[in-house]
Ligand binder design. Structure first.
Ligand SMILES: Nc1ncnc2c1ncn2[C@@H]1O[C@H](COP(=O)(O)OP(=O)(O)OP(=O)(O)O)[C@@H](O)[C@H]1O
Length: 680
């Protein structure tokens, strides 16, 4: 009888040498190794979404997929950087042709190549919120709206309204009626401002963040050949944080996936927390219907939290109805202590409790950078900040201006933006506005002279700025500085070519900006150091267009944790809003201000809208699931700072969503001999 002999196919051994079955759990492996097609991966909190996506990319590369056929869309720039880095560590393949980034950065990359088709040039500027506001204000001024008679929405509010429109596809009338009905009588004028804003963006060759998405989709819809080009390239589209995509992003994905391409969307419906910015949860819930025949993978093993914390989180979210059923299990051993529920007399005692506990935990061996204080809104961190400062406990706050949004960084980039995009009025005005004696009136006149010269419309850079600019009419006080500016601009474009980004920054600093810094800021030295750092960063780019795009994208408000997050070797407690804690984890988490009206937020309670309340509960769930080992839920019983005088606080209704046995109540006393026996 013939001998049975089994042949081990060499394809089992991957170029990367990764043993996928060992590196992943069964659920993760099923998703990572799934055949080409449409797949939705519902991965619970702490279940390894990053691992699943990075191994999926490695798997594709190991299975003869070319890196250039992969598109990885992420929610933040940081996430995309980390994932690409992780893939590089995993596989020997060349991954440089892989496209990874946020929707905005991928949109910008595509638009850069096809801007002419949409009436822009490839050197278009990207507007941030500040720039948007300047344009909107100038449009409002030009329309002669009588804002004194009745309150007209401020530029910031208008920018939010227009953005919501673009991101949701909902008509202006409807948005005003449902969310801003106090401005309903202004509807016509608001529409005029909107049209004026669009026209001004086109005239100044500028796009805002929403345009990066909307125009990409428009390009795909209006030009089938362009769409085919990208569909033909990206055979594998992977999307992270799918629960927070909005309808335009959803459409962009659908278009790229087309009829045939593989699509893997990874997300957790229970963590969808951006509907206020247009995220559309129906995209994730409706995926199986939109993609008939798609496979749904559910990953339910949580590696992060001890069972006590996870059970509480599961119970807390179970009150929500609109969700995929899942049963998240902890892979960790029970530790025998329950999450703490701590009622404190008032906000300052709450702060004292948190600070004291932080010090005790540090003594027990948890480093400060493994602890976080989370809250619904930034102002709720005030007392904590004061208390930590008094006790000398270092902390980092994830709020405030990002590096790239600071005035001095924007000033320097205004020079670069203008020489690159000579129709960029905002940058021109910002740049000349830095010169002594040059107020808004003079700046506007200079801009008019510039337009009159005809050079703003020409493709080529003027061979010598000084030849042109020195003919302009300049106030006496400004003349010397204007001359200096001209020579600096000449240095930015030697012989009509754009200089290297680092060289440009150096010239701007030495030519014009250093003087301005010392004359304007008492911390000129540290600002100068920032600019030098920017110049160093510029060394990573050969192309100034790429550099400027990256700069704008980094200062986006796309949910990126801003400010400094405590680096690993930097011993600091993190103070963060829950939104900005998305995707992060700490050994000990303090969730403060669990009071009705604060969390859930008062506006949401007033609106009495079930969907909004569910989103608020998901936010609560996100906060709970950030904790690995210790979780403290705290609230003040009295709020002495309220406008109405002292008010008694009602504990958050979310605390009623789980059985009392799941937490341990702490009674906090006082060792002050002068205090009453009772805590208050
Ligand atoms: N198969 C695995 N074996 C061991 N540890 C794992 C495995 N998969 C993931 N982990 C670990 O689990 C933790 C959580 O992973 P990750 O941060 O990717 O979760 P997540 O799904 O993005 O969570 P969230 O959505 O709550 O932010 C990480 O520390 C990760 O290293």
């Amino acid at each position: 009888m013939a001998r049975q002999y089994t042949l081990h196919r060499s394809s089992q051994v991957h170029a990367s040498g990764i043993d996928y079955k060992t590196a992943l759990n069964e659920e993760q492996y099923a998703a990572v190794s799934s055949p080409p097609g449409r797949a939705l991966v519902i991965a619970g909190a702490g279940s390894g979404k990053t691992r699943t996506l990075t191994y999926r990319v490695a798997w594709l590369l190991d299975h003869q997929v070319d890196a250039r056929e992969i598109l990885l869309l992420t929610f933040t720039n940081k996430a995309s950087r980390e994932m690409v880095e992780r893939v590089r560590e995993l596989v020997p393949h060349d991954t440089s042709a892989l496209w990874a980034g946020t929707f905005h950065s991928i949109g910008s990359r595509i638009l850069r190549r096809h801007a002419e088709d949409l009436g822009f040039t490839k050197s278009y500027s990207i507007l941030d919120r500040d720039d948007q506001k300047s344009i909107l204000n100038s449009v409002i001024a030009s329309l002669d709206i009588d804002t004194k008679q009745r309150r007209f929405p401020k530029a910031d509010v208008l920018a939010s309204i227009f953005s919501l429109m673009e991101n949701t596809g909902v008509a202006l009338t409807e948005i005003i009626a449902s969310r801003y009905d106090q401005f309903y009588d202004w509807l016509e004028k608001i529409e005029e401002v909107r049209l004026g804003y669009i026209a001004k963006k086109l005239a100044t060759n500028s796009m805002d963040f929403d345009d990066l998405l909307v125009l990409t989709v428009r390009l795909f819809e209006q030009q089938p050949d362009v769409l085919q080009l990208y569909q033909g390239r990206f055979k594998h589209v992977l999307v992270d944080e799918y629960q927070d995509t909005n309808s335009v992003q959803g459409r962009m994905i659908d278009l790229l996936a087309g009829e045939r391409n593989s699509l893997m969307a990874v997300g957790d419906d229970a963590q969808s927390i951006y509907s206020w910015r247009g995220a559309d949860m129906s995209l994730i819930l409706g995926f199986p219907l939109r993609y008939p025949g798609s496979k749904v993978h559910i990953i339910e093993t949580n590696y992060r939290s001890v069972p006590e914390i996870l059970d509480l989180s599961n119970a807390a979210i179970s009150a929500n109805r609109g969700r995929f059923e899942k049963d998240l299990r902890s892979s960790r051993e029970a530790q025998g202590t329950l999450p703490a529920l701590v009622a404190l007399p008032d906000p300052s005692t709450q702060a004292a409790f948190v600070a004291q506990r932080i010090l005790e935990l540090r003594d027990e061996g948890i480093p400060l950078e493994e602890m976080a204080v989370l809250y619904r809104a930034h102002f709720q961190s005030l007392e904590i900040q004061m208390e930590l400062t008094v006790r000398g406990i270092p902390f980092a706050i994830t709020s405030g201006l990002r590096f790239f949004e600071q005035a001095h960084i924007k000033d320097v980039s205004a020079f670069m933006r203008f020489v690159v995009n000579r129709r960029d009025e905002i940058s021109f005005l910002r740049m000349v506005g830095l010169l002594p004696g040059c107020g808004p009136g003079t700046a506007a006149k200079l801009w008019a002279e510039w337009l009159k010269s005809g050079w703003s419309e020409r493709v080529e850079v003027p061979p010598k700025w000084s030849d042109l600019f020195l003919k302009f009419k300049i106030p006496k006080k400004t003349a010397k500085h204007w001359e200096q500016l001209c020579y600096t601009l000449d240095e930015l474009t030697p012989d009509g070519a754009l200089a290297h980004p680092s060289q440009m920054i150096f010239s701007i600093l030495e030519g014009v900006y250093a003087d301005y810094l010392t004359a304007s800021f008492d911390n000129a030295e540290s600002r100068r150091a920032d600019i030098e750092q920017l110049s160093q960063y510029g060394g990573n780019f050969d192309d100034v267009l790429e550099f400027l795009a990256q700069l704008s994208l980094m200062s986006s408000t796309d949910g990126e944790p801003s400010g400094e997050r405590a680096a690993k070797d930097d011993e600091k407690v993190t103070l963060s809003s829950i939104h900005q804690a998305k995707g992060l984890e700490w050994k000990a988490v303090f969730l403060i201000w669990l009071v009705n009206g604060q969390f859930p937020n008062g506006r949401i309670l007033e609106a009495d809208d079930a969907d909004m309340l569910e989103e608020e509960r998901r936010l609560f769930y996100v906060a709970l699931t950030r904790a690995k080992d210790e979780l403290y839920l705290t609230y003040p019983m009295m709020n002495p700072k309220s406008y109405t005088g002292d008010i008694i606080c009602r504990p958050s209704q979310f605390l009623e969503d789980f059985p009392a046995e799941m937490v341990e109540e702490w009674n906090v006393g006082n060792d002050d001999p002068w205090a009453d026996d009772e805590p208050f």
